[in-house]
Write a protein that binds this ligand. Structure first.
Ligand SMILES: Nc1nc2c(ncn2[C@@H]2O[C@H](COP(=O)(O)OP(=O)(O)OP(=O)(O)O)[C@@H](O)[C@H]2O)c(=O)[nH]1
Length: 339
């Protein structure tokens, strides 16, 4: 009986030596020296089924690298089963506490079973090793930390949602900037051309009329020359505001060039466009511009002819504007060769 009691004592001491050298991180070699040459078992990592000593050594080395600080442990529920003079089993529960990357880590209720064999030298060595994390770690009803992961996923989902919204906003802002004329806040030329092409496609496919109106500030160079560019800029902004205020929601307006503005009116034929242009000319002529007083604009109008190119269409509108200038300015003219 002394024999069995003595063996139990020996196994307790062997376990203590193993845990001390391994968990205090003092001496990896000392810990693995307690492994039998034929040791096998399972590790704690996903899918870690360990068929031979070499694999255990790799796992232990990795373990030391990942958690280099000393691990404080408490041991409970130790059971020692002496099976024979040369074979025994220790089973216990461990609670580990350490710091990894500045964070407190607590691994509670880790279960460990070791099968010990007496080596020829008389020393006890570990023949089989098994470590498991019990389900209570994450809640009574869970084998896996589903609730914790779900909570984490919800936080991540909210974060992704928030970031996506921010990104969408930033993209929209970028798109706005890319489409906008800085000075007037109107569509810039590439954007108004794009809008015009879309309307022409619609006009060709569904047969509705589309008209364009080109507004050019008269004698604009004089404003710059007499009052300076800043006043010139503010006059351009005032023109843009007057034009924008008169449009229907479906119309498009943009800055076509220096002191030229283009309006695209879908579903409006030449008569409607002429009426709009005349109203616009009157509004402009009656507007008291700051610093420069009343000022005028010349306007060219044309209706899209299905089949013609964008260039042809704008060319005709431009020709109408040119005629308005030629005929004395502050006028509205239709393209010379018809709508
Ligand atoms: N302040 C200011 N001036 C501009 C801007 N873009 C173009 N210009 C000026 O607008 C003037 C246009 O002059 P012109 O093309 O000779 O035409 P105009 O003086 O309006 O005469 P008409 O069109 O023939 O009535 C030029 O002097 C350009 O430098 C701008 O963004 N701000």
């Amino acid at each position: 009986m002394t024999g069995a009691k003595g063996i139990e004592q020996e196994l307790r001491a062997a376990l203590e030596a193993y845990l001390t050298s391994y968990l205090t991180r003092w001496d990896l070699q000392k810990a693995v020296a307690l492994f039998s040459p034929t040791i096998h078992g399972v590790g704690t990592g996903h899918d870690e089924f360990v068929p031979e000593r070499r694999v255990f050594l790799e796992i232990y080395e990795r373990d030391f690298r990942q958690a280099p600080n000393a691990i404080v442990w408490e041991q409970s529920r130790l059971q020692v089963a002496v099976l024979s003079d040369t074979v025994g089993i220790t089973t216990c529960e461990l609670h580990l506490h350490t710091q990894i990357q500045g964070q407190e880590i607590h691994l509670n209720n880790l279960r460990q079973s070791l099968v010990w064999k007496r080596h020829e030298s008389g020393r006890w060595v570990i023949e089989h090793l098994h470590i498991s994390f019990p389900s209570t770690e994450h809640g009574q009803d869970e084998s896996y930390p589903n609730k914790e992961l779900e909570a984490r996923n919800r936080v991540l989902a909210r974060l992704v949602e928030k970031r996506t919204a921010q990104l969408r906003e930033a993209l929209e802002e970028q798109r706005q900037l890319a489409n906008t004329d800085r000075l007037t806040g109107m569509n810039n030329r590439p954007r108004i051309e794009e809008l015009a092409s879309t309307e022409f496609l619609g006009a060709q496919r569904y047969g509705y009329p589309v008209s364009s109106i080109l507004v050019d500030v008269d004698w604009f160079k004089r404003i710059n020359d007499q009052h300076g560019h800043l006043i010139g800029d503010s006059v351009l902004k005032a023109f843009a505001d007057i034009i924008t205020a008169r449009l229907r929601a479906v119309d498009h307006a943009g800055r076509w060039g220096g002191e030229e503005f283009l309006i695209i009116c879908p579903h409006i034929g030449i008569e409607g466009a002429l009426a709009l242009a005349r109203g616009l000319r009157e509004t402009i002529a009656a507007h008291p511009f700051p610093k420069i007083g009343p000022w005028t604009a010349s306007i060219g109008v044309s209706q899209y002819r299905p089949g013609e190119t964008l260039q042809d269409f704008f060319g005709r509108t431009d020709a109408a504007l040119y005629r308005a200038k030629e005929l004395g300015r502050n006028r509205v003219e239709v393209a010379p060769n018809g709508p």
